[in-house]
Design a protein around this ligand. Structure first.
Ligand code: NAI
Length: 330
């Protein structure tokens, strides 16, 4: 079976090739993102394999369908990039990797919290320049602080558990509360209460039409002055312009992002010799209290192994005509 894999990097190929050894899967590797103009690269393939910033809108899905592609596999958990009603209309199953390493993402979110709170990004540069002054590096203990976790699914639960270990008080918001977390003292509250009472807010819910710009100007107003906001989920959860306005007034005290609403044209590529045309993103980078990582929260060996093995399992089930696991439905 031929699989056209888009947005691939050497590390994707290494892990996927190893996982697929002996299965009869023939990869066609493409660095390009899947979009309307590149869909034709899938000609001759029975399946495509895509990542977070590939375009799986109706136009692209129709082109894939016309080329004879019969399966869409995602090597990620999120599926906000797929037009699921269009896929259903075309009878194109979409499968994903629902869980690979929630620890990878949760631990990265904790890394951002510590980095921002203890000014590690500043300390790193300062010490390398022979500046051993502590002025401006004052942080606060995490112990005893209130952390708001929006979305306590696999990743949010892991994040909450780590923060409980620091001795934080945890407030959570999720339409489906987790009884095990409640038993450990996590309090489920309405979003407005969580925002009002938390020193640190970390987002772990999926991006859907209902959660688009979940954190907008009106919700930011509810947050404690000087609070920290961390988003390792999806860029569209946050209205970046509203966050910039709140950073300028100091209402948001720290911002940690692993995702950005317009990341598709930036992340995963080396742009270090180019001029960044996105003024909103460039403004973010000017703040001393903002740390941005380029969608790397998932990027651990454990996660890449798990992504590759579930992806290959999905493809093998399809190849053998067996029931598909991890199907994403509209
Ligand atoms: P999950 O499906 O296990 O958990 C999501 C939780 O969010 C569920 O408990 C759901 O009830 C809750 N939720 C839904 N709507 C909500 C709302 N309006 N308010 C509060 N909670 C809401 O998903 P998982 O595996 O924990 O992943 C969460 C998100 O993390 C994914 O959707 C994906 O976008 C993102 N992600 C980011 C990665 C990165 O590298 N930065 C890697 C993997 C996932």
């Amino acid at each position: 079976m031929i699989v056209a894999a888009f947005s691939t990097k050497p590390y994707d190929r290494e892990f996927l090739e190893r996982a697929a050894a002996g299965t009869g899967i023939e990869w066609r590797w493409f660095e390009s993102r899947l979009e309307a103009d590149t869909a034709r690269l899938a000609e001759g393939a029975q399946a495509v394999n895509c990542f977070v910033n590939d375009d799986l809108g109706a136009v692209v899905l129709e082109r894939l369908d016309a080329l004879g592609v019969r399966l869409v596999t995602l090597r990620c958990a999120g599926f906000n990039q797929v037009d699921l009603p269009a896929a259903a209309r075309l009878g194109l199953p979409v499968v994903r990797v629902p869980e690979y390493s929630p620890h990878a993402v949760a631990e990265h979110a904790v890394g951002l919290v510590l980095m921002l709170d203890r000014r590690l990004h500043k300390a790193f540069n300062r010490v390398r320049e022979g500046n051993f002054s502590l002025d401006g590096l004052l942080g606060s203990d995490l112990h005893g602080r209130t952390v708001g976790v929006v979305g306590t699914g696999k990743i949010g639960r892991c994040f909450a558990e780590i923060m409980l270990g620091f001795g934080c008080r945890i407030l959570a918001h999720d339409p489906r509360p987790d009884a095990a977390l409640e038993a450990r003292g996590v309090a489920y509250v309405p979003l407005a209460d969580l925002l009002r009472d938390s020193d640190i807010v970390s987002l772990h819910c999926p991006l859907t039409p209902a959660t688009h710009h979940l954190i907008d100007a009106s919700r930011i107003k509810l947050m404690k002055p000087g609070a920290m906001l961390v988003n390792t989920s999806r860029g569209g959860l946050v209205d970046t312009r509203a966050v910039i306005a709140a950073l300028k007034t100091g209402h948001i005290g720290h911002l940690g992002l692993d995702v950005y609403e317009e990341e598709a044209d930036l992340f995963f590529e080396d742009k270090s010799s180019e001029i960044i045309g996105d003024d909103v993103f460039s403004r973010l980078l000017t703040f001393p209290n903002v740390v941005v990582t380029a969608h790397q929260a998932f990027f651990t060996r454990n996660a890449l192994e798990a992504i590759a093995s579930q992806t290959v399992r999905n493809l093998v089930h399809f190849k053998r005509g067996e029931p598909l696991e991890a199907v994403v439905r509209a």
